[in-house]
Design a protein around this ligand. Structure first.
Ligand code: AMP
Ligand code: MG
Length: 347
């Protein structure tokens, strides 16, 4: 398949032109797959009502079929077609955080969407992305758009169009290149289906922000406790892994440098993931700077690009610094833990 790439330089509101977006929207209407930028990561979209279209997403990504997709909307009126809002708190969150990096799990109307979108569950995960290109594309497609991250399953999610090209060129119909995404980690997924609000996946909207809006919110224990099964089917899979094994180190920069030297003595090529504050602190085969630790949102923004960049270095092992699990740091540590296959070195 020849993957078409359109470049859209869109800041703020989009005017009615941009024929690239109309062409991409036509492909979605034709039940083809199109990757597009959102404020979190690039998504791989397809018409959520059509099973053939949705099947193409799973096939292109190599995604396990029991892992349901998030449905993206551009207008709150679209929601009623396929989901029920049966919680006052869910309403409050939509008003407060949409468009934005928050996904809400709601009861799904029977027959309104392809059952492949929900992987047979009676609930559907929905969000309205805060990105002018994504909103315009969904609007012009005129259908709800199912879209997981536009990467090969298991790899770090794409935050630049070039990441999508690297993973999916030739396997999808089109890519809308709208430049690098901003937030860098995926949306927070919240469920109300058990009465109380539960975070199924930490993400761009923090627990603290949610609690300011609706009071106490729980975190699914399946996310933090390896022995418990997560409530979101997708959270049980390995994800975000660079090619070389990675370990998170809870220790000082001196401890990390000692580990690097120890591994190098054993003949290994070693990489390290650090931040601007400690840029000069390490002697390693690859030192990658990921934002500033005093502004965790910058770490989130650069994380997947840095994880991907290690793959070009021919490394045998990677050490990553640890980050505080507060604010967006929860999402950063969740993704790093998965990238590390839960390998943590405490020194
Ligand atoms: P991705 O599309 O790769 O960003 O992942 C979406 C996440 O939301 C995965 O972890 C899914 O398992 C989860 N998810 C999607 N739909 C549902 C649902 N109806 N109930 C619970 N989790 C869901
Ligand atoms: Mg994903």
């Amino acid at each position: 398949m020849n993957t078409k790439v359109w470049t859209v330089d869109a800041k703020g509101e989009l005017s009615t032109n941009y024929p690239q977006i109309t062409q991409a929207a036509m492909l979605l209407r034709d039940n083809e797959t199109v990757a597009f930028p959102t404020e979190t990561v690039y998504g791989l979209g397809a018409n959520a009502k059509n099973t053939d279209a949705v099947a193409k997403i799973y096939e292109a990504k190599g995604r396990p079929s029991d892992n349901p997709l998030i449905v993206h909307i551009a207008d709150i009126r679209q929601l009623n077609e396929f989901a029920e809002v049966d919680s006052e708190k869910a309403n409050t969150l939509m008003e407060r955080f949409w468009p934005g990096p928050l996904t809400i799990v709601l009861p799904c109307r029977e027959g309104a969407l392809s059952t492949r979108v929900t992987a047979g569950l009676d609930t559907v995960a929905v969000r309205m992305p805060d990105h002018p290109v994504a909103l315009e594309l969904i609007k012009r497609a005129g259908v709800p758009v199912a879209a997981p991250s536009a990467n090969v399953s298991g790899k770090p999610s794409p935050t630049k169009a070039e990441h999508v090209v690297h993973d999916l060129d030739g396997r999808i119909a089109g890519i809308v290149d709208g430049g690098p995404t901003g937030v860098g980690v995926e949306s927070t997924v919240v469920s109300f289906t058990r009465g109380i609000p539960v975070i199924l996946r930490p993400g761009g909207v923090t627990k603290e922000q949610l609690e300011t809006a609706i009071g106490p919110v729980m975190i699914d224990q399946g996310i933090t406790d390896e022995k418990k099964v997560p409530l979101a089917p997708g959270m049980k899979y390995t994800h975000y892994a660079p090619e070389a094994p990675l370990a998170i180190v809870k220790g000082s920069r001196e401890d990390i440098q000692r580990l690097i030297e120890q591994y190098q003595k054993d003949g290994m090529k070693v990489g390290v993931l650090t931040t601007e504050e400690r840029a000069g602190a390490y002697q390693a085969d690859a030192v990658r700077i990921c934002g500033r630790r005093d502004r965790l949102e910058t770490v989130a923004s650069g994380l997947y690009d840095v994880l991907r960049s290690f793959d070009d270095c021919g490394l045998d092992f990677i050490f990553a610094e640890s980050f505080p699990e507060e604010g967006v740091g929860r999402a950063v540590m969740n993704r790093l833990m998965k990238a590390a296959g839960h390998r943590v070195i405490e020194v």
